[in-house]
Design a protein around this ligand. Sequence first.
Ligand code: AHR
Length: 854
Amino acid sequence: MLRNSLAPAALIALAAAGCTNTSAQSTQRSPAARPTITVQSDHPGASVSPAMWGAFFEDINFGGDGGLYAELVKNRAFEFPDPLMGWIKVSPSLAKGDIEVRTDDPYRPSQTHYVRITSQGTAPIGISNEGYRGMGLKAGDAYDFSAQIRNVDGNSKVTVQLVGNDGTTLASAQLTGLSNTWQKITATLHPNATDANARLVLFLNGPGTVDFDFVSLFPEDTWKHRPGGLRKDMVQALADLHPGFLRFPGGCIVEGKDLAHRYQWKNTIGPIDDRKTLVDRWNYEFSWRPTPDYYQSFGLGFFEYFQLCEDIHAQPLPIINCGMACQFNSGELCPPDDLAPYIQDALDLIEFANGPATSTWGAKRAAMGHPEPFNPPLRMMGIGNEQWGPQYLERLAAFTKAIKDKHPEITLVSDSGPSPDDDRFDYLWPKLQQFNAGGHGVDIVDQHCYANPIWFLSNANRFDNYDPKGPKVFFGEYAAQSDAICSTKNQNNLDCALAEAAYMTGMERDAAVVRMASYAPLFSNTEAWQWRPDLIWVDSLHTVPSVNYYVQQLFCENRGDVVLPTSNNSHVLDFLPTGGIALATSNATAEFKDLHVTNNGRTLFAPAFSSNKDFTAGPTWNAADATYRQSDPTISTTASAGDASWGSDYTLSLKLRRTSDTGAITLTVADDETHAIGARTQWTLGAPIGGPTVADPTKPEFILLSHFAEQDQLLAHQPGTLDTNRWYDAQITVHGDRIDCYLDGKLIQSAQMPHHRIPALFSSATRDNATGDIILKVVNPADHPLTSDIHLAGSPHLVAAKIITLTGNPNAEDSMSAPAAILPTTASTRLTLPNFSYTFKPCSLTILRLGTAP
Ligand code: AHR
């Protein structure tokens, strides 16, 4: 039964989560029964925000420099901490001369380093730039070279060349017009071949000394042919998405690892060569994906972001730093009394975007060539990114009061932490409901979610019970993770995309609450990514939208203006927690004996502890004399046993004692053993092992009951102590989704374990006011077709129907090597309303556009 109930990839994850035939229970209808989708087309509900489906751009994955910003020269101003990063010296063995980095008498105070090349002979000597992991050049296209050059001494000839991966010269020009002061020298180059991995070379011929700074190469064929502009194919892909809004410039880079490295928009406007380079936090954030050559030149700055929004008709949603550095890093705080400049930056940004050219900041916009306010105007602003805790509320209040008092027209987006399901969220959410800063409440709250596909499938009804009169929701970053959050193995496959689509039907049904949503992040360079999955993949020459992109695009293009309340009665599968057990210690030594796992009196597991074979564990675990010992007090380590065949109804009992003075012992049950979901429930005695830690930190020891899955959850906590060298009788009973934990026969904690309930079909509907079309979206995540009756209100009539389908192998991705592996297809038919049936393809998103116009 189950084998046919979900797409294979999701199914594997579910099976791994213990969702085997024995534990999954169909709770509503027989899976074989034919579902009905009911659309109340005569009772339109909430309006769908015109900015419902948008995009989130962060300067991550070489998405800005090395991506959207079309500059091909990396470290063009020699301002990276290693001023020659990206450059190599090119000096044949015969060349006599020198290449040095200097700071005296620089081209501009903001660009303190430059390169001096001295040639003492006739052999060429120079420097070469590798671009952002290779320069992509197209045969015959025009490329604008420019550099600040100062001829210090002699009459060297200066040549610029584009050189292919194999060393072939693709284009060459001798530079003219040099003088003994800094001058911008330009040349146009036309490579005679296409090369994805070309280089730029600058060299001197003949004796002389020449200084170089701000060495730049841009394709002429940028977006809208703007000199020094954005990469055309990338903007085109973004424009083709038709996003209702664009959130920028992050993400964690807004916060910075500390406040000195926060994003300050005022440093990103004005003349390009006055914008100072800053290290991008994604340069070093993930030790497993370091990009030591990732810096922000700010060639893509706030003027360019607003201009981009104007070009693609997306509402701008800038995120500003709220006086808090990234709480995953230093968490540095600006004291409340010193927030004024931060708040002023926010107020000035409104003037920069919306103010007249006569205003202080409007004048700066005008000086950059945009005298009129940007259109669409700035109407939304995010106060911080993924902040949490009381510190955030304090700062949010200061920003809200100052901005709303002056600009009531601006919708403020507040944060609720990095996850929609953890203790940080649980702390903030109720407080945001009651938030009041000088009479101003919270407008809209940003929720982020990176979780496995199962989370999205089982939480598609998340907003059904939200109060439509409360703060609105912006689901500002989400993406299903095929492996795990931050895993380098995450894929942009159809399985994930359909889980996101299913979740989006839920957001659409609850459009009265959810006013905006965006997938994240937008762009990723195949050669230099830090984070995956991502919406659009690029290399130096190509752009490949992911399957997830097509889901987003289909929702953007088929948004509709008003919700038509929709329900479907497809069967719901209830996946109870199941799996083996584990013993763990954290900074503790411990002993375990008399361990039994039983099910209704039947023994499932009773290790004798005479050999190490009963558990899977590291070398510090040893069984001897009927006792199992963990002997290293300095590590966190786990020993596990059993599997999903133990089901969801068993009792673990054992004796345990901590033999060190401090540290924790954790007992795990319903351990699904996989990292894909990693669902397990842990009972921790003593200080906590990882995970949520909201228990009273002033108590040296406490007891935690937590559930770890795609989102970690603390189920219960209480103060308590674990005496050293005392044997305890511990027992955990697992019964369905209920867990009871006993010490020495006394019930200490009980909880319900979260588990998944997944309907067979996901559906939502809207009406397009201009055409009258009814737009029905249906996701069938199963690996088999599912026929459904569809019932709309109204009298019988024949309509034209457009059917858009995204379907295929759930594990398939659109990639550089197979960019069209999965694409939406469109068909037309005629259907008789109000009742018809439709067979939804396996693993599919289907959009039925029912034309109601005569
Ligand atoms: O986009 C990747 C990161 O994920 C963002 O910077 C942050 O907001 C989220 O944690």
